[in-house]
Design a protein around this ligand. Structure first.
Ligand code: ADP
Ligand code: MG
Length: 156
């Protein structure tokens, strides 16, 4: 299965790429965000929220684990960085197919609880302001989504 790479040179770039993705999202989509602290996972989620027409400011949900926002579709934003036991019942499966978009920062920590089909996004530092965003789709829906996003950005 192919992967798709974007370069970002600023927080604004990361936000804009995510906003374009946010516009293409459909109910029950699941996005997994991976990357070190400060990589830009929350910045990316803010862009997604804009693409979903969410007006409220999106902040890191580290202490609450799950935050919910209303836009064109509901957004369920999770950060599982502090979860120590990957098998702990967080009740997250109730969100997955409830008609919204689920975004999980540090998703690999709860690997065992994730649906098999999803879009993984790996953000890596590449200097101070440069980031590499690698999109890895699993499943037809997410491959189609990546192709749509990638083609749009090529023609920009
Ligand atoms: P995470 O959620 O992965 O810990 P955040 O999005 O909270 O990361 O923070 C990313 C930090 O890196 C922000 O302070 C942001 O301004 C900065 N930054 C610098 N360059 C970029 C970039 N190209 N993309 C995203 N964030 C960037
Ligand atoms: Mg974060």
């Amino acid at each position: 299965m192919g992967s798709f790479e974007f370069k970002s040179n600023s927080p604004e770039d990361t936000y804009a790429i995510a906003k374009n993705l946010g516009k293409l999202l459909q109910k029950n989509d699941i996005l997994l965000l991976e990357g070190d602290l400060g990589a830009g996972k929350t910045t990316f989620t803010k862009g997604l929220a804009a693409g979903l027409e969410i007006k409220k400011n999106v902040n890191s949900p580290t202490f609450t684990i799950i935050k919910e926002y209303n836009g064109r579709l509901p957004l369920f934003h999770m950060d599982v960085y502090r979860v120590e036991d990957g098998f702990e019942d967080l009740g997250i499966d109730e969100y997955f197919f409830s008609g919204g978009v689920t975004v999980i920062e540090w998703a690999h920590i709860i690997e065992e609880q994730l649906p098999p089909e999803h879009l993984s996004i790996y953000i890596t530092h590449d200097g101070d302001h440069n980031r590499k965003l690698k999109f890895e789709p699993t499943g037809e829906r997410y491959e189609a989504l990546c192709k749509e996003l990638f083609n749009e950005n090529l023609s920009d």
